[in-house]
Design a protein around this ligand. Structure first.
Ligand code: ADP
Ligand code: MG
Length: 269
């Protein structure tokens, strides 16, 4: 009978096919694909998927696994000070920023468009949290990201300069699609540092995105950079294609507390 013949063939092939898939997925270095083949085949049979639908579902699992692995590596490489997500941000507490504005930035159109984002506001209002949340989104979407404070960036640039590698370093940095410069304004810049920082920002202009945070309004960046002209040039480069978001209010850390009390511990502002 034909059915018996087919069954025999299916059993024989079933054995061959299982080991063949194990071999092929090993060659492809596709463990998620290997793990999904049998499980999804059961679903495909019970739900009547076409062959193409089944193939797409298997491949999709492998792609998703690779994307998330890549994201984890990019998040580690970015050196965020802590993991903060846009989902964890409490917009009911921080009323001065619209949820829709951040959701829109979260689509990462600004990275693709090589635009900047600037968060201004007093300490504790959520600037670093939002910058990090956007950075993590970018990592998840496949973009390389690098995070450091303004002081750390300047130290890095000064080292490269001292070693005669500044041009190389600026070129290397200009290839990273999103750089986050946290805490402009906490430490004033020496003239040499301000000049390096200007070159750094200029190198990214219309080329790659920057997110910056600052506790000082633009009007006080002259003090930060020690020179009004340099500050104006930096601001000009940054704001030309940028979303500027001003955060207001008391520190989130002090919410619900007696503000007369001296905080016992602070985790690095
Ligand atoms: P800033 O960089 O403006 O000084 P942070 O982003 O570091 O402030 O915020 C201080 C702390 O409070 C962080 O732990 C941050 O996650 C938290 N925080 C601030 N604002 C919010 C908010 N609206 N919702 C949730 N957490 C917040
Ligand atoms: Mg901060």
């Amino acid at each position: 009978m034909t059915t018996t013949g087919n069954d025999t063939k299916a059993v024989r092939n079933g054995r061959d096919v299982t080991s063949e898939i194990a071999y092929l997925t090993r060659s492809l270095k596709a463990p998620a694909l290997r793990d999904s083949v049998a499980r999804l085949a059961d679903r495909a049979r019970s739900e009547g998927w076409t062959h193409e639908e089944y193939l797409a579902a298997c491949l999709q699992r492998e792609v998703a696994a690779r994307d998330s692995h890549g994201a984890e590596g990019r998040i580690r490489a970015a050196r965020f000070p802590s993991r903060k997500s846009l989902e964890d941000f409490d917009f009911d507490h921080q009323r001065s920023v619209k949820r829709e504005t951040i959701s829109h930035l979260g689509t990462l159109d600004f990275v693709v468009g090589k635009e900047n984002v600037i968060f201004l506001g007093p300490p504790g209002t959520g600037k670093t949290h939002l910058a990090t949340g956007l950075g993590i989104r970018a990592c998840q979407a496949g973009h390389r990201v690098a995070f450091a404070t303004a002081a750390q960036w300047v130290t890095r640039l000064a080292e490269a300069h001292a070693n005669g590698r500044l041009a190389d370093e600026l070129t290397r940095l200009s290839r990273i699609p999103l750089i986050i410069v946290d805490e402009i304004g906490y430490i004033p810049f020496e003239p040499e540092a301000a000049n390096l920082f200007f070159q750094f920002i200029s190198g990214r202009y219309e080329h790659a995105s920057v997110i910056v945070t600052s506790n000082k309004p633009f009007g006080r960046w002259g003090e930060v950079f020690g020179d009004d002209t340099v500050a104006a040039a930096i601001i000009d480069r940054l704001v030309h294609h940028a979303e500027v978001i001003s955060l207001k209010g008391d520190s989130y850390r002090m919410r619900g507390r007696d503000l007369g009390r001296v905080p016992t511990a602070s985790t690095g502002e």
